[in-house]
Design a protein around this ligand. Structure first.
Ligand SMILES: [Zn+2]
Length: 264
C-alpha cells in the first residue's frame, strides 16, 4: 500500500494497539461476555490520508489485489453528519493469515480537524464542573451506587442482567443493563478514538441510570439510537466515568453534566 503514495498522493499510517488498550477494550460494557482480547479487530490498523477522494476506487482495488479480503466496507460514513462519529471510509480486512484488521481512509483536512476536535473534547472530559443543583439521586439501591466506582462497574459487567444491546461496533458500544436487586435500568455508552501517533488510544465509558420508560424509548431506536437523547436524559443524574486515555485509567462517579465521547 505504501506504493500508492505516488499514484494517488496518499499518506499511510500503521499503528499497533497497545496491550493495555486491547485489555481495556475487552473489558468494555457488553452483553457479549464471550468477547475477549482475541475478538479485538483493530489490534493492527491502517490509516490512509488522501487529498482527493477520487483515490478511493484505486485504494479499494489495491486492497483487493493485495490478497487481503474486504469483509466489511462502510463508504457512506464519509457523508456522516453525526458530530461524534468522524466522517471517513472504513474497511474491515482479513489478512491471508486470518488476522482481522481495520483500514481507514480519510481526507487530509478532516484528518487534521479530527485531531483538534478530539484534543478539545479530552479537555472538556477531564474538567469536572461544579455539582449540579438539580441533581436527582432517586435511582437504584445500595448495590447500584456503592462508593467504589470500579466495584460497581465490575458488578454491572458481570452480575447485572443484560436488557438490550443497541450498538456493538468496533469503536462504539451502547447497552442497557438492569440491577438484579432493584431492577433499576442503566445505559452504558463506550466510545474509542484511535491514537495514530505513539500516545495510545482514548476510550471513554459513560454509564447513567434510566427509567423503564426511557429504556423502552431508547431500545426501539436500536442501532440508530440518538446520542443527544441519551445525554439529555442523563443530564441531571449522577453518572459513572471509566476512561483509559494515554495509558491513564480513570474511574469515578461524577455529579456534573453527563456526556458521551467521540469515536472513530
Ligand atoms: Zn439496584
Amino acid at each position: 500500500m505504501v506504493g500508492l503514495h505516488d499514484e494517488v498522493h496518499a499518506e499511510h499510517y500503521v499503528s499497533r494497539k497497545k496491550a493495555e488498550d486491547i485489555i481495556f477494550k475487552a473489558e468494555r460494557p457488553s452483553l457479549r461476555m464471550w468477547f475477549d482480547i482475541e475478538h479485538i479487530r483493530d489490534s493492527l490498523r491502517y490509516k490512509c490520508v488522501v487529498d482527493n477522494l477520487e483515490a478511493l476506487p484505486v485504494i479499494t482495488q489495491e486492497i483487493e489485489n493485495s490478497g487481503f479480503e474486504i469483509i466489511n466496507a462502510n463508504i457512506a460514513r464519509l457523508l456522516s453528519q453525526n458530530v461524534r462519529a468522524w466522517p471517513m471510509a472504513t474497511f474491515d480486512l482479513r489478512a491471508p493469515n486470518g488476522l482481522l484488521m481495520e483500514y481507514h481512509v480519510i481526507p487530509l483536512e478532516l484528518d487534521g480537524a479530527r485531531t483538534t476536535v478530539h484534543e478539545d473534547y479530552r479537555k472538556v472530559r477531564e474538567q469536572q464542573t461544579e455539582e449540579q443543583k438539580e441533581m436527582s439521586h432517586d435511582f437504584g439501591c445500595a448495590r447500584c451506587s456503592p462508593p467504589d466506582a470500579e466495584q460497581f462497574y465490575e458488578d454491572l459487567r458481570q452480575q447485572f442482567q443484560g436488557v438490550a444491546e443497541l450498538i456493538f461496533n468496533s469503536h462504539l458500544g451502547v447497552n442497557v443493563f438492569s440491577c438484579p436487586d432493584c431492577k433499576q435500568n442503566w445505559i452504558s455508552v463506550w466510545t474509542e478514538v484511535i491514537g495514530w501517533e505513539d500516545e495510545g488510544d482514548s476510550a471513554y465509558t459513560s454509564i447513567v441510570p434510566i427509567s423503564a420508560a426511557e429504556a423502552q424509548s431508547l431500545i426501539v431506536q436500536a442501532e440508530d439510537v440518538c446520542m443527544d437523547e441519551i445525554e439529555k436524559i442523563g443530564r441531571h443524574r449522577r453518572w459513572l466515568q471509566r476512561d483509559h486515555c494515554n495509558g491513564v485509567k480513570q474511574v469515578r462517579w461524577r455529579e456534573d453534566v453527563f456526556q458521551i465521547g467521540p469515536h472513530d
